[in-house]
Design a protein around this ligand. Structure first.
Ligand code: NG1
Ligand code: MG
Length: 444
């Protein structure tokens, strides 16, 4: 099993690492022992299906989290973030994600007397934008803690461990972000499969470029229940399908397991959804009636702490999204492998269908993001869709390589140019990207 690479980094004056080193020396009066990095990602297709057990297709981006570290025997954790010392009571604070990675690693490796750490954290991933700044921080913190305490986990073990420990924050996410952060290789997107975790290179067409654009509506997932409501709706739909088909429904939490137990193809699963679930929202009472449980039992078997008061659940549309989106991921991968003459058109259509499904069936978009996706399509994208959890944040667009400049010009004018507050943000929020590399440790 492969481990995270250790390499050399240049810390020349005015380089990124040089500035981080300066800050570290200014804060602690000595040089860091080493640096760790973990990247953000853009998900090309396969949204809100990782926690249902289905494969997704992301690539790492260049933007990342870097932590400079020195360890000691003080038993204390000290850190500074160069960019963000703001304090906002409404939002869970960023350093909680660091603590998730730290605590996760120490528990996993049963470290009894952990090293003290002095850290400087520097991040370049836009926050609450669906580019996985949170997981990059969790993964980087786990990596730092592993290295400081003389532990050696493989990339796979780290991915699984970090998917688990990011849930300390309260959101019940899947494992996509942590897996791509560790397993990415420069130059290639990845198909990430779960249970067991596996990553396979996906060669993207050479005549297209992926462009990220942020609608600049921020949603902090850990501060709202939007995300967990979707996770719970998927769980309830799985359990109702399982019970109706005579399975022991309490054993099921994810669509992929129900599909497997029933021996269905993804197309057949969509048909089963139509037969079993109604499009109107289910009340909690109706769900309890079908599963033959009390509200308290339902809380135990199926709900999360922040969804206990939810009164209605949309099951039909969420289930239809998941099974059809899982199918689109497989078609996307197959098209990249087979390289038909019209590959980029096929891939673009799959991305457009994915956005429509996220918007209408999964209802995880927002007006500004929909407007941005429309503008991207009018500006020459072959396909465009929201990426990450949604309700704000970024769209990813597939653009013919020879039209990237005109695409960026058009989106700048039509989306960012119309609003003075957005105008000044355009360079950090609209950019072309290439598949980046995975997590690493660097020494000078
Ligand atoms: P972002 O938007 O990066 O936080 C979240 C989940 C993913 C996945 C996507 C939706 C976490 C850490 N990440 O991503 O696992 O479910 O939403 O496809 O919860
Ligand atoms: Mg996140």
């Amino acid at each position: 099993m492969e481990n995270v690479p250790v390499g050399k980094v240049s810390v020349e004056i005015n380089s990124r690492y040089g500035r981080i080193k300066d800050k570290f020396m200014g804060s602690y009066g000595k040089k860091p022992d080493y640096y760790a990095r973990a990247s953000g990602r853009v998900n090309l297709i396969g949204e809100h299906i990782d926690y249902c057990g289905y494969s997704v297709l992301p690539m790492a981006i260049e933007q990342d989290v870097v932590i400079a570290v020195s360890s000691n025997d003080s038993g204390r954790l000290q850190m500074f973030d160069i960019n963000d010392l703001s304090i906002n009571k409404e939002k869970p604070v960023w350093h909680n994600y660091f603590l998730c990675g730290l605590k996760g690693l120490l528990e996993h490796c049963k470290v009894t007397s952990p090293k003290g750490l002095q850290c400087v954290v520097d991040g370049t991933i836009p926050k609450s934008a669906g580019l996985s700044s949170s997981s990059a921080l969790v993964c980087c913190a786990a990596l730092v803690t592993m290295h400081a305490n003389g532990q050696a986990l493989s990339k796979k073990e780290l991915s699984d461990m970090c998917a688990h420990c990011e849930r300390f924050i309260g959101t019940e996410g899947g494992g996509m972000d942590q897996a791509i952060s560790f397993m990415a290789n420069k130059g290639t997107a990845k198909l990430i499969e779960f249970n067991p975790l596996k990553s396979t290179d996906v060669e993207l067409p050479e005549d297209v470029v992926f462009v990220i654009s942020n609608c600049c509506v921020e949603l902090n997932k850990a501060a709202t229940s939007h995300f967990n409501i979707r996770v719970v709706e998927c769980r309830l739909a799985s359990q109702i399908i399982a019970k109706t088909k005579g399975l022991k429904w309490r054993d099921f939490k994810r669509f992929a397991d129900v599909q497997k137990a029933l021996g269905l193809t993804l197309d057949e699963a969509v048909t089963v959804v139509k037969e079993i679930l109604h499009p109107e929202p289910y009340t909690k009472e109706e769900v309890c009636g079908i599963l033959e449980v009390t509200a308290d039992e339902l809380a135990q078997t199926s709900l999360s702490a922040n969804t206990l008061d939810v009164k209605t659940f949309k099951l039909h549309d969420r289930a239809t999204h998941v099974f059809s989106e899982a199918n689109r991921v497989l078609q996307f991968k197959r098209t990249c492998d087979l390289k038909p003459a019209d590959a980029s058109v096929v891939l673009g259509n799959l991305m457009n269908d994915s956005h429509t499904s996220c918007r209408d069936l999964y209802q995880c978009s927002c007006n500004d993001l929909d407007r941005l996706v429309d503008i991207c399509c009018q500006s020459g994208a072959l396909g465009s869709r929201l990426t990450g959890a949604g309700w704000g944040g970024c769209a990813v667009s597939m653009v013919p390589a020879n039209q990237v400049d005109s695409f960026i010009k058009s989106v700048t004018e039509k989306y960012y140019g119309k609003d003075d507050r957005l105008k000044e943000k355009v360079t950090k929020n609209l950019f072309a990207t290439q598949p980046g590399g995975g997590a690493a440790i660097y020494v000078e």
